[in-house]
Design a binder for this molecule. Structure first.
Ligand code: NAP
Ligand code: GDD
Length: 343
């Protein structure tokens, strides 16, 4: 039985990746941050389905290199997936030092632990299309230049480079997955796709009136997170370590995503979507479009879910959630607080 250690197991990708690995017979270990409230809601279903030692959670933080090193010693994993990050680009402008510390220290701490203890452990770094900066309309691949435009993206460039440096200098099996945006019903609610689909569900149920977004003209290459975690796993099964782009090869604007999501429930987005400077960024990544032909050729990976299917999956789930919220509101057990989100 293979053992995997996942940092950031409580996040969107942590859920889909741990599910995939558990279904494939892995023993999965994940790091969780201590918080005043329990923050495992995404993986609660897995915790309850895998109670016989298949899934174990450990308190840790990417800023605590001693805890990471000790976990690697104790668990002796075959594979480590470094998914943890302060992953919100807009928040990274507000918390630049913290975002940089988490984004940079985590990767080098884990790589250093692998180098000094067990060089056979395979390492996956969650790199990002944000590193490209989005100034070109060209399809971006593994050779395209980076031009980071946020503290988040700059920290990801460091982690990407240090992963390559450890691969080249110490012959470690370390890979960078340069993933373009990927979404799901597990997506954090302040990322734009989920902010839109949550609003669609609530507006349809009559418990929200409008949604206020930022730059509607930004364009992204959006895929389904469930497809992308398969690519992460495939990278660590490949014969040789390298860097791979995962993307759909299609880019649409935020406006177009909103239009499609509202249209799916027979509503006209123009009546419900507003734009405010409040959600604009100091430095915007205008356009991202990826070319994942290397992953297709070498890993046999390709996205399975179209943008329309992704929107359907997300809106369907968010209508169910809004339905449950409506029942609670009607019974005076819940107060709506979603009209003015912070990001
Ligand atoms: P996410 O939902 O925001 O999850 C981030 C995870 O990191 C959460 O488990 C979070 O824990 C954890 N975390 C945050 N700060 C931490 C710290 N200081 N120490 C330990 N854990 C910490 O992000 P995601 O969408 O799953 O993305 C996974 C990774 O891929 C991230 O590194 C992200 O930057 C990168 N990425 C994402 C995309 C995308 O489109 N989703 C694209 C490219 C790259 P809490 O639950 O306690 O907050
Ligand atoms: N969050 C947010 N909220 N974004 C908005 C809004 C809004 O109300 N209105 C417009 N946008 C625009 C942003 O300005 C950006 O251009 C685009 O929508 C996407 O924003 P996010 O959903 O926050 O994602 P992101 O592209 O900045 O970052 C995500 O993808 C990266 C990969 O390219 C995150 O998951 C990163 O962690 C990831 O690396």
């Amino acid at each position: 039985m293979k053992k995997a250690l996942i940092t950031g197991i409580t996040g969107q990708d942590g859920y889909y990746l741990s599910k995939l690995l558990l279904e494939n017979g892995y023993e999965v270990h994940g790091t969780v941050r201590r918080a005043s409230l329990i923050n495992t809601f995404r993986i609660d279903e897995l915790i309850s389905n895998y109670r016989n030692g298949e899934l174990t959670l450990h308190y840790s933080d990417l800023l605590d290199s001693a805890s990471l090193s000790s976990l690697i010693n104790i668990i002796q994993p075959d594979e480590i997936y470094n998914l943890a990050a302060q992953s919100h680009v807009s928040v990274s402008f507000k918390n630049p030092v913290y975002t940089t510390q988490v984004g940079t220290l985590g990767s080098v701490s884990i790589l250093e632990a692998i180098r000094s203890k067990d060089k056979v452990i395979k390492f996956y770094q969650a790199s990002s299309s944000e590193m490209y900066g989005g100034s070109s309309k060209e399809k971006l691949n593994e050779s395209s230049p980076f031009n980071p435009k946020s503290p988040y993206a700059a920290s990801k460039v460091f982690a990407h480079d240090i992963t390559k440096i450890y691969r080249d200098s110490y012959d470690l099996f370390c890979v960078n997955g340069i993933l373009f945006n990927h979404e799901s019903p597990m997506r954090g609610e302040t990322f734009v796709t989920r902010k839109i689909t949550r609003a669609v569900g609530r507006i349809k149920m009559g418990i929200q009136k409008k949604v206020t977004l930022g730059n509607l003209d930004a364009s992204r290459d959006w895929g389904f997170a469930g497809d992308y975690v398969e690519g992460m796993w495939m990278m660590l099964q490949h014969e040789n370590p390298s860097d791979w782009v995962l993307a759909t090869g299609e880019s649409i604007t935020v406006k177009s995503f909103a239009e499609k999501a509202f249209e799916y429930v027979d509503l006209n987005y123009e009546e419900y979507v507003e734009s405010s400077e409040k959600y604009f960024r100091p430095n915007e990544v205008d356009f991202l479009l990826g070319d994942s032909s290397k992953a297709k050729k070498e890993l046999g990976w390709k996205p399975k879910t179209s943008i329309d299917e992704l929107i359907k999956i997300m809106v369907d789930e968010d209508i169910k959630l809004a339905n449950r919220e409506k029942v609670l509101i009607d019974e005076n057990l819940l107060k709506p607080t979603w009209e003015n989100p912070s990001s």
